[in-house]
Design a protein around this ligand. Structure first.
Ligand code: A2P
Length: 279
């Protein structure tokens, strides 16, 4: 229920881009929130930009469209605005989201990312996804798609971890050259949940530079971290279930950072991930 409420609060606050996934197990709540806001007359479907994700167990080409159709059924929407391959590695298809063998080792699955991509292209042609992209792809994996013989559509975006402690300078430059938008996840430095976050890296929002710059503009470290990425063309997808912080994270369009401040924040890069994706 908290996701339903949060999405409604976010839409009221002005958010239009919603980043979702089947594996978040809340697409039914996101869909309900969107449909309620449409029924209220607050928004139209075309105002919303919903991103869905193809999970690792669904990479075989014949599974791609049925998986997206399942997401659309859960959302009760006719299309997603963006559908992305969530990770470049595939797991064994089946009901287990994290398939493991008797020793607890992940069971991977050999698939051809290019074949998966062709199935993604077919979803766009069928009108089930307006755009298609990828996530957690490195340069080599992007090049594999970009250089695929007979490529019909390039990935429009690559969603990766991106924030002042992990600024992704090389990947950002490569993506800029190829007109691929970087969507930065964990833009606030994550929830620091030890089950999936490398907490040995210090908390981003305690950073003295971000806090000092925030003081100057009467903004929080979170708002500075978000503004930094937006100002250099990186899309941000902050997560919050707290109404006040949801609104706070949207108040980043009424000021701009100077070039010197942008450089100071860029210099915070530690090149260390919070989300190591060890599986
Ligand atoms: P909460 O949901 O209680 O607001 P990320 O977007 O990098 O994954 O970070 C999400 C984490 O940051 C969540 O734990 C969220 O907690 C917290 N968070 C979200 N917005 C803010 C903010 N403006 N200030 C401080 N913490 C925030």
């Amino acid at each position: 229920g908290s996701c339903l409420e949060s999405v409604k609060i976010a839409i009221d606050a002005g958010y239009r881009h919603i980043d979702g996934a089947f594996v978040y197990y809340n697409e039914h709540e996101v869909g309900q929130a969107i449909r309620e806001k449409i029924a209220e007359g607050k928004i139209k479907r075309e105002d919303i930009f919903y991103c869905g994700k193809l999970w690792n167990t669904c990479h075989p080409p014949e599974l791609v469209r049925p998986t997206l159709e399942k997401t659309l059924k859960i959302l009760q929407l006719d299309y997603v605005d963006l559908y992305i391959i969530e990770l470049p590695m595939a797991f064994k298809p089946g009901d287990a989201i994290y398939p493991r063998d008797e020793n607890g080792k992940m069971i991977y699955h050999e698939t051809d990312l290019c074949a998966t991509w062709e199935a993604m292209e077919a979803c766009k042609d069928a009108g089930l996804a307006k755009s298609i992209g990828v996530s957690n792809f490195n340069r080599r994996q992007l090049e594999m798609i970009l250089n695929k013989p007979g490529l019909k559509y390039k990935p429009v975006s690559n969603q990766v971890e991106c924030h002042p402690y992990f600024t992704q300078p090389k990947l950002l430059e490569f993506c800029r050259q190829h007109d691929i938008v970087i969507v930065g996840y964990s833009p606030l430095g994550t929830s620091r949940d030890e089950t999936w976050v490398n907490v040995s890296s210090p908390p981003l929002l305690k950073d003295p530079v971000l806090n000092a710059i925030g003081k100057k503009y009467n903004k929080t470290a979170a708002q500075i971290a978000l503004r930094f990425n937006v100002q250099r063309g990186v899309v941000v997808i902050p997560k919050s279930f707290n109404p006040q912080r949801i609104r706070e994270n949207f108040q980043i369009f009424d000021f701009s950072l100077t070039e010197k401040e942008m450089k100071e924040i860029e210099a915070l890069n530690k090149n260390v991930r919070y989300v190591e994706l060890l599986m």
